[in-house]
Design a protein around this ligand. Structure first.
Ligand SMILES: Nc1nc2c(c(=O)[nH]1)N[C@H]1C(S)=C(S)[C@@H](COP(=O)(O)O)O[C@H]1N2
Ligand SMILES: [Mo]
Length: 199
């Protein structure tokens, strides 16, 4: 057998790539939704951040899309064991959205149109780790994948990346979301294989 440098295409096939434990690579983009896909017109869309003191910050679709955007390329890891490498998105960093939000909260509960929720420590939304994204692979985010906009927080299992995101509540105490209440791990670090409570 010859010596072949894996290069970029090899890397995409997973050669020389270390995946989180128990994960396999997929090239397609599975859709995982716990219920029907809500259809939200951008005219009706709004995103709110509510602080632990009840202060509300609100962004319309126009507000969101006029903010400076970023185009993160990240690997995503679903708890059902597929991982997808090098996905490219466009959206607004939570650092930008939370810049003027006055809070001392430690936890965030993310709410979606349709009723889905998921929780995480507020610090996991900051420092370039999370975005509200509205484009995927150069195209508008489709409804199936969470359009018009979803949370993207790729360092945690993908169930934390709430599709059809509608708001974030900042809280002093942790409060489990939809899958976390159903027995999935409260934090969900794929590299520590935190799939279920007790992992
Ligand atoms: N609102 C909402 N967000 C959600 C989900 C959901 O059912 N509803 N599923 C989660 C899970 S388990 C995964 S793996 C990803 C799937 O995103 P995708 O359908 O774009 O692949 O979305 C997450 N965000
Ligand atoms: Mo998932």
């Amino acid at each position: 057998m010859g010596i072949v440098s894996p290069g970029f295409h090899g890397r995409r096939r997973g050669e020389g790539v270390k995946l989180p434990p128990g994960q396999y690579l997929t090239e397609d983009f599975p859709v995982l939704s716990a219920g029907p896909t809500p259809r939200i017109r951008t005219e009706d869309w709004e995103f709110t951040v509510t602080t632990e003191t009840g202060q509300k910050h609100r962004w319309t679709w126009q507000d969101l899309t006029e903010l400076p955007s970023e185009t993160p390329t990240v690997d995503i890891h679903c708890v059902t064991k597929w991982s997808k490498l090098g996905t490219t998105w466009e959206g607004v960093s939570l650092d930008t959205l939370l810049a003027d939000v006055d809070t001392a909260a430690d936890y965030a509960l993310v709410h979606s149109y349709g009723g889905y929720t998921t929780n995480l420590p507020l610090e996991d939304l900051l420092d370039g780790q999370a975005w509200i994204v509205y484009r995927y692979d150069g195209e508008e985010l489709t409804p199936e994948h969470g359009g018009p906009a979803r949370l993207l927080v790729p360092h945690l299992y993908f169930w934390k990346s709430a599709k059809w995101v509608r708001g974030i509540t900042l809280m002093d105490e942790d409060e489990p979301g939809f899958w976390e209440t159903a027995g999935y791990h409260d934090y969900g670090d794929p590299w520590r294989e935190q799939r279920y409570q007790g992992d």
